[in-house]
Design a protein around this ligand. Structure first.
Ligand code: UDP
Ligand code: MG
Length: 310
């Protein structure tokens, strides 16, 4: 029988862990695969780890891996995929926003020959208009800027065949924009749809600050178009300046010089200053990430690994 590893990143989720356990157990009942769950404790400060231990003792199909501190969801998922060993791996949130009932459908598509089956949400319940609008803008921006196609409204919830998740595991960059890494791998991909529910319990760890950094990470790791922007804007401004200069020379030759214009000078100086600072900032974003990569630190550190099934 084929086997799957279900990778579940967990950060301070003691309230939802038992609910998740029940939902997975019942969802997987009629699915013809041997399944195992690997919880990744991403440095929780509540009783999540103790809860995982309890769940593991009650049902050894649930294992856990605890990281030495909070590294962030991307790193938790990376750690989980590194420790996967089954024929396929599923990545799913613990908060039940990704319905476990979808896994059997993913498995069916995998059996039908797809390497990656990803779940796209049809509606975003329990999320503000502002979050929806920013998400929309984000996908439009990143897809127009990079060559790989990142599907809209698709999170990390997906099934990957062994060769697909092993390919992801080979991408060791520190700047881990998972949606991009998953898409980069390619292979035969299948999209399925689902309704995203509000969180079962607990609170989201997202905020706008994180969203902004997330967007920057996504764009900088999959496109260097912003670096080219600086060149284009610089060239455009230079061409305008040249034409304007020629115009002033002609004007002076024909009509003589009138009183020099202080306001126009200020506008030009401020405009160019603004562009230069923006360009420097863009270079800085890339430079900082290169600095991060060049240190070659491990992506995460494991505190304890309790594999499922003994
Ligand atoms: N998570 C994690 N590390 C973190 C933040 C979140 O492992 O630093 C996990 C969290 O426990 C959940 C998943 O990532 O299983 C998604 O987090 P959340 O629900 O807060 O994000 P949202 O669904 O609001 O995008
Ligand atoms: Mg969530």
């Amino acid at each position: 029988m084929p086997s799957i590893d279900i990778i579940v990143p967990v950060f301070n989720e003691q309230t939802v862990l038992p609910l998740f356990q029940e939902r997975i157990q019942s969802a997987m009942q009629n699915c013809d695969v041997e399944w195992r769950v690997i919880f990744i404790d991403d440095g929780s400060s509540d009783d999540s780890l103790a809860m995982m231990r309890t769940i593991h003792e009650a049902d050894t199909r649930f294992g856990f891996l605890s990281l030495s501190r909070n590294f962030g969801k991307e790193y938790a998922v990376t750690a989980g995929l590194d420790h996967a060993s089954s024929d396929a791996a599923v990545v799913i949130d613990v908060d039940l926003q990704d319905p476990p009932e979808l896994i059997p459908e993913m498995v069916a598509q995998w059996h039908a020959g797809y390497d990656v089956v990803y779940a796209t949400r049809k509606a975003r319940h329990g999320e503000s208009m502002a979050k929806k609008a920013t998400a929309n803008l984000f996908y439009r921006t990143i897809n127009s800027m990079s060559k790989i196609d990142i599907p809209k409204d698709t999170g990390d919830f997906r099934l990957m065949s062994r060769r697909a998740y092993q390919a992801v595991n080979k991408l060791r960059e520190r700047n881990r924009f998972m949606k991009g890494l998953f898409a980069w791998v390619g292979y035969k991909q299948k999209q399925i749809f689902f309704e995203r529910e509000p969180r079962a319990a607990g609170e989201t760890k997202w905020n706008y600050n994180k969203l902004w950094r997330f967007a920057l990470d996504g764009i900088t790791s999959f496109s260097y178009l912003p670096l080219r922007f600086a060149t284009w804007i610089g060239m455009t401004v230079a061409i305008f300046a040249f034409i304007y200069g020629a115009f002033i020379i002609a004007q002076t030759l024909i009509f003589g010089s009138d009183v020099p214009g202080y306001p126009s000078l200020m506008v030009v100086i401020l405009f160019l200053g603004g562009i230069q600072l923006t360009a420097l900032g863009i270079i800085g974003e890339y430079l900082g990430r290169m600095f991060n990569e060049s240190k070659q630190r491990p992506l995460y550190l494991v505190d304890e690994f309790q594999p499922p099934n003994g």
